[in-house]
Design a protein around this ligand. Structure first.
Ligand SMILES: Cc1ncc(COP(=O)(O)O)c(C=O)c1O
Length: 284
């Protein structure tokens, strides 16, 4: 597998970074994962806008030349890994760079950020999209800048591991009595025919798939309310699903052991899944 690291393509096992890289020492960096269908990175502009926002918020500056090359690097990586047909994902990570000695404050003067990218084949979870998955609720113990897609993923890792230990597909995180998101996806619930989701704020990552679902709901005439589902409303849900770059629209059919609605994928999730597949094929 060919990867990209700091200006060069190379085999993955040849890609090395310094142990003093601040991504490694502090989780001081951001990442993006983009879905690719037949060589087309889906909504790449939105991913790169989110990346730019994250870099700006953290004060990490890519050189203008390197930033300008990123869209083409996506295409080059696909080409080099023979992934221009079928489905793939591209992972991109930028850290603040390598600096010595280890100190919390930003290096002064600034160092060159580390830019790392990989591409991998991807198989959608089609069977699970039809069958649905199970989930538990878990306390959202994350910080209050969840809108930044940073590589600090420890709470997400721990929550996913709790779900695995409980023998379920995912965990839905609850903060102040409302569902925020899952460790790798946004959450939507249907109550009395209205689609609810946590509003854009510092407590969730505004997923590119979430943005797509919001647009699709409007286009399909599904009433949408950007208000979070309360944990006291769980028994009123007729449908529950998550959305993400690798999850697509993924129904949750039982939560904390109780069926959601009739315990099967519902019509809203199905309509949005179908529409998302259409948009993947159309390329936007
Ligand atoms: C915490 C969190 N929320 C939501 C999402 C979904 O975002 P996207 O649709 O851009 O993949 C992700 C994706 O990794 C995530 O990590």
């Amino acid at each position: 597998m060919q990867v990209y690291l700091n200006g060069e393509f190379m085999e993955a096992d040849k890609a090395h970074i310094s142990a003093m890289d601040r991504g490694f020492l502090f989780g001081d960096g951001i990442y993006e994962v983009t879905r690719v269908v037949n060589g087309n990175p889906f909504r790449l502009d939105d991913h790169l806008a989110r990346m730019d926002h994250g870099l700006q918020a953290l004060g990490i500056e890519l050189s203008p030349d390197e930033r300008a090359r990123i869209p083409q690097l996506h295409l080059d990586l696909l080409e080099k890994n023979k992934l221009t047909e079928g489905q793939a994902t591209i992972y991109l990570q930028v850290s603040r760079g390598t600096a010595f000695p280890r100190t919390h404050a930003f290096p002064d003067p600034a160092v060159k950020p580390t830019l790392f990218m990989t591409a991998a084949p991807f198989k959608p979870f089609t069977e699970l999209h039809a069958k649905g998955i199970t989930a538990i609720t878990i306390s959202d113990v994350r910080w209050s800048r969840c809108n930044l897609k940073t590589v600090n993923l420890l709470p997400n890792v721990l929550a996913t591991n709790e779900a695995k230990k409980a023998g379920v597909g995912t965990a839905l995180m609850v903060r102040d009595g409302v569902i925020t998101e899952s460790p790798n996806a946004n959450v939507f619930g249907v109550i009395d025919g209205v689609l609810y989701t946590y509003p854009v704020s510092h407590y969730i990552l505004n997923g590119i798939t979430r943005m797509t679902v919001v647009e699709m709901a409007r286009d399909l005439g599904i009433p949408l309310c950007e208000v979070a589902v309360r944990d006291t409303d769980l028994s009123r849900l007729s449908e529950l699903f998550v959305s993400g770059t690798t999850t697509d629209v993924q129904p949750i059919v039982t939560l904390d052991g109780a069926p959601v609605g009739d315990g099967k994928r519902g019509p809203v999730a199905k309509a949005l899944q179908d529409e998302l597949l259409k948009r993947f094929e159309q390329g936007h």
